[in-house]
Design a protein around this ligand. Structure first.
Ligand code: FEO
Ligand code: CA
Ligand code: CA
Ligand code: CA
Length: 635
């Protein structure tokens, strides 16, 4: 078994200072190594990474994808994450998006000179998720098993199946798929989840960025006659703008399903959680429509006392909502064939938070989960069934259903994590520059609200972590109590509420919590994706980093610091907790396209160092030199 967590240890651990170095920094006594860089070989026969990004689509298909995000280690023996192998497994990693000026060779810009269908395919092949068989070698280093049958690219062009209430719905039918059953691809794959039956959940986030108007000029294109009024409303609600211009990735210029003037329903086939079986390389991934369609961050799974499966999820856009799914069926420990359809049918709820208006300055209150079903009353006196003809249509328009029942707008809900012992749930609310600012949330919509309850600051640059306890510690309960675990802030520049709660000081100060997990010993790991300017409001916060916290005492310590221009995201571990795996996304971010084209390594050369031709997103393994458990801090 794992050594029990000792709260004194984390108090005694000083934590790292912030820094702005172009490297990964870990505590004394810890080591790290880089694996699975963008462009590394996925198979024995894959081409070597060239360094100048001149690979074509075919080559990228056989190499590791770009901008790593959520990830999970599946022990190779198929056992669970407590009892399975700690020396060999399948590491599944999301690849969220591409950074065009590093991803394409010099001179190639999406939509510019030389832009063609093969660059579009290359971009599609680098997003989605990779399955990589990994093994601990004799030197104590993790390496890919390149001849493994499990290694696989699940990408923007992989055939997958829609399952659940929206499968076959009129709103997901297209010219190419008149039955509305099969979709090519997944992209915008942000956070992740994993199930008790050894499948991986990859979550589609910023999917609207991929759709545009092809080669038409934006001033020539009106929504009509291409879209119905309903489609226009949904388009504005999900995109957050009424702009008809082409997408930043320019897939729409060479792949007409991304041109909404030709395939207006294609966009409805994205924005889902996708289930992948990493142990069956020929399996079709499934888009789980019962879990709702929005800009998904991650999918945190737990069990209710009666063994129904509960999945918590955030919708990461300013002033969006928190959701949970409760399965109709029950998890059966020895019947994975049956478990595999548990996420196809159930009830989706959205969270409504109330403020208890505590006079002592503490932030806490209660809340309820409102079911998004046709019979649910809406705030204007009707019911959801007046707005949607069936559950499929409702789920495709999850955000609009949640609006209608009065869900609470939050400060960009990112990762959710469930404490394995207490069942308390934590969520990162990363920041919200628009809260209280008076702007519309989307064209024709309400304004971004003022500070309220678990979102207590206007113009929230720093973010917070909120925690809730379900009634009776039952994950399927319909009411809960919440409090604020931490308001991130900066005591270097503020002495008011923007300095953060008492557990923030000048050493651990950070902004924009994003990745989040509670490990089996009960430590809370917090990863940041915010400003790395280290100046102004962010003075003294350095590069994005990973912190570790005691959920009970609320003590927070900085554990690692990422290289320049990156975010730190995704966390998983071997069952023995001797190795943790995290991802470094978009190292070197922060240059304009023209600057980066001229000199891709001006900001970062990570991880290759001075010889690098461009920075590369990658996975980092962290372990203790003495072979101890990661997250222990001996004096
Ligand atoms: Fe892909 Fe919300 O981060
Ligand atoms: Ca994120
Ligand atoms: Ca983020
Ligand atoms: Ca990101």
């Amino acid at each position: 078994g794992l050594p029990e967590f000792n709260p004194e240890e984390i108090k005694a651990f000083a934590g790292l200072e912030a820094n702005t170095l172009d490297t990964v920094t870990v505590p004394e006594g810890y080591r790290h190594a880089v694996i699975n860089r963008w462009g590394d070989k996925l198979h024995v026969s894959s081409p070597e990474f060239r360094g100048d990004a001149s690979e074509d689509a075919r080559a990228q298909l056989q190499q590791i994808g770009y901008n790593h995000d959520g990830l999970h280690f599946f022990p190779i023996d198929g056992k669970d994450s407590i009892s399975g192998s700690s020396t060999e497994g399948l590491l599944v990693t999301n690849h969220e998006y591409i950074t065009p000026h590093f991803f394409f060779p010099k001179g190639i810009v999406p939509g510019g000179e030389g832009w063609n269908a093969d660059w579009v395919r290359k971009s599609q092949h680098a997003q989605g998720a990779s399955v990589v068989h990994v093994r601990l070698n004799d030197q104590g280093l993790w390496e890919p098993v390149l001849d493994s049958k499990y290694n696989r690219s699940v990408n923007g062009n992989t055939l997958m199946e829609l399952v659940g209430p929206a499968a076959g719905n009129a709103s997901v039918r297209t010219n190419k798929d008149p039955e509305g059953r099969y979709v090519y691809g997944t992209f915008g794959n942000c956070g992740n989840g994993y199930t008790y039956w050894n499948t991986y959940l990859t979550c589609e986030e910023n999917f609207t960025d991929y759709f545009g108007i092809g080669t038409k000029k934006s001033d020539e294109v009106d929504y009509k006659p291409y879209l119905t009024d309903k489609q226009i409303e949904a388009f504005k609600r999900y995109k957050g703008s009424s702009k008809t211009s082409s997408s930043s990735y320019r897939w729409d210029t060479h792949d007409e399903r991304f041109d909404w003037t030709i395939e207006p329903n294609e966009v409805n086939r994205f924005g889902w959680v996708v289930e992948i079986d990493p142990f069956d390389p020929t399996s079709k991934p499934k888009k789980l429509t019962a879990l709702g369609r929005f800009k998904h961050e991650n999918a945190a799974i737990t069990l209710a006392p009666d063994n129904r499966v509960v999945v918590y999820m955030g919708d990461d856009q300013r002033s969006e909502y928190i959701y949970k799914f409760v399965s109709s069926g029950k998890y059966q420990p020895n019947n994975d064939a049956a478990n595999r359809s548990l996420l196809h049918e159930g009830t989706l709820y959205v969270a409504v938070f109330s403020d208890n208006e505590a006079t002592d300055g503490s932030f806490m209150g209660s809340g309820k989960w409102v079911p998004l079903v046709l019979s649910t009353p809406t705030v204007d006196g009707g019911r959801l069934g007046d707005l949607f003809s069936d559950m499929g249509e409702l789920l495709v328009h999850t955000r609009q259903a949640a609006d209608a029942v009065g869900a609470t707008p939050m400060d960009r809900p990112e990762w959710v994590a469930v404490h394995p012992h207490t069942k308390e749930v934590f969520v990162t609310l990363t920041n919200n520059s628009e809260r209280g600012g008076g702007k519309e949330r989307y064209p024709g919509g309400p304004k971004h609200p003022d500070a309220y309850g678990p979102n207590p600051r206007n113009k929230n640059a720093y973010g917070q972590i909120v925690r809730w306890r379900e009634a009776g510690s039952d994950a399927a309960a319909e009411t809960f109590e919440w409090d604020v675990f931490v308001l991130a802030g900066n005591p270097n520049v503020h002495d008011d509420i923007y300095a953060g709660t008492d557990n923030i000081d000048k050493r651990n100060t950070f902004n924009s919590p994003d990745g989040l997990a509670v490990d089996p010993r009960g430590l809370l790991w917090i990863q940041t994706d915010g400003s790395y300017s280290n100046s102004g409001a962010y003075e003294g916060q350095g590069n994005n980093s990973m912190l570790v916290a005691d959920p009970e005492s609320k003590v927070i310590r900085r554990f690692m610091v990422g290289p320049k221009g990156c975010e730190v995201t995704g966390i998983t571990w071997t069952p023995d907790m001797k190795y943790i795996f995290i991802n470094i996304q978009h190292p070197g971010e922060g240059q304009s396209v023209s600057e980066a084209q001229a000199n891709p390594t001006a900001v970062s050369t990570w991880p290759e160092g001075p010889a690098a031709q461009r920075p590369r997103p990658a996975t980092v393994v962290i372990w203790r030199e003495d072979g101890g458990v990661v997250g222990t801090f001996p004096a």
